[in-house]
Design a binder for this molecule. Structure first.
Ligand code: HEC
Ligand code: HEC
Length: 309
């Protein structure tokens, strides 16, 4: 230590030992403090739980989750009364939104006259302000249970309906509704039983489209200059392409001339509606599956809308 330059702070072996220990200890303490600081920075700010474990887990959850159920597990069904009380009574007890009121024979008589299968189907697919399945999902209540609730309500208002047949264990759950859905004829309904039917209709519509000579897609090119030309082109395109689905309401397409079907859609700005027609929406293919010009598709939309105003 005698060689230590004059004025160096370390003068004794004791100080040297202390300096060496400090040289190790201080960085370690700093690292520990830093680590703690980084970790604690994920604490939520006042008034937000955006970083809480539950919130984060929700954000990073996979988009599609598969829930595995044993299809052969014995399923216990709710009774019609239980389903009614849990779901349907929300509207049907008071007659909210124009729902036929529970035990009110006057409300129910004309509906009961439609027969059980029709009512069951309506309950599954919805009607007016009545949401499909009363707003529940098929996982909550099977078609069969919805049917039980329909029978329960109708029978409390003067009907003498039998309960729907109990589904056979192991059979696809949708089976119960197929009879009811099939009874609905051309109407492509939502719900699993109807999707086959919808697919068949889609195939038919596509076949119909294929038979349309593409040259029949009208007055393309520079023709649609004036509004008169445009509306001609719109009508022609409707007749050659769009009506394949929109004339009969195939796949739940809003039906041509059906004000009720169009009213909710017409609440969107016209550009949004054009966009749906140009780029597709749900079962509606872009441009109806044709290769018509944008202007002609818009003209066809105008033509369809002009019939429901
Ligand atoms: C959000 C309110 C609401 C709920 C919940 C609801 N309904 Fe309805 N329901 C209605 C309305 C409104 C109507 C009348 C629809 C019409 O005639 O346009 C209706 C009509 C019906 C009809 C008669 C359909 C016809 O052909 O006239 C049946 C059957 C029916 N509901 C069954 C059910 C069943 C079963 C449930 C429970 C699983 C249920 N509803 C839950 C509002 C509701
Ligand atoms: C293959 C059947 C099919 C054909 C062909 C078809 N559509 Fe559609 N269209 C549908 C269906 C289904 C919907 C309802 C989509 C939805 O709401 O999910 C729809 C909806 C629409 C809507 C309403 C969109 C909205 O919700 O605002 C417009 C506008 C429309 N179609 C225009 C056209 C025009 C124009 C053509 C012809 C160029 C055409 N469609 C051809 C099936 C079809």
């Amino acid at each position: 230590m005698s060689e230590a330059p004059h004025g160096a702070p370390i003068k004794t072996p004791g100080q040297l030992i202390a300096a060496v220990i400090a040289a190790f200890a201080i960085p370690i303490i700093v690292i520990i403090l830093l680590a703690h600081y980084v970790d604690s920075s994920t604490r939520t700010g006042a008034g937000t739980d955006g970083l809480s474990d539950a919130e984060v887990a929700k954000r990073v959850a996979p988009i599609g989750q598969v829930e595995i159920r044993d299809a052969n597990a014995p399923r216990t069904f709710k009774t019609g009364e239980e389903v009614y009380k849990a779901v349907c009574s929300a509207c049907h007890a008071s007659g909210a939104a124009g729902a036929p009121k529970f035990t009110n024979t006057g409300d129910w008589a004309p509906r009961i006259a439609q027969g059980f299968d029709t009512l069951w189907h309506t309950a599954l697919t919805g009607k007016g302000a009545m949401p499909p399945r009363g707003g529940t999902s098929p996982d909550d209540y099977s078609d069969y249970e919805i049917g039980l609730a329909v029978a329960y309500m109708a029978n409390n208002a003067g009907a003498h309906f039998e309960n729907p047949p109990k589904p056979v264990p192991g059979a696809p759950a949708a089976g119960a509704a197929s009879g009811a859905a099939a009874a609905s004829g051309a109407e492509a309904a939502s719900g699993p039983a109807a999707s086959d039917q919808g697919a068949a209709q889609a195939a038919a519509a596509v076949a119909a489209l294929a038979s349309v000579p593409q040259s029949a897609a009208p007055a393309t090119g520079g023709a649609a200059q004036t509004t008169a030309d445009a509306s001609q082109a719109g009508k022609a395109l409707y007749q050659s392409v769009c009506q394949a689905c929109h004339a009969a309401g195939v796949l739940n397409a809003p039906k041509f001339g059906d004000k009720e079907a169009w009213a909710p859609r017409l609440k969107d700005p016209i550009d949004t509606i054009y966009n749906y027609a140009l780029h597709g929406k749900g079962a509606m293919p872009p441009k109806g599956g044709s290769n018509a010009s944008d202007a002609d598709v818009k003209a066809a939309v105008d033509y369809m809308i002009s019939q429901v105003k």
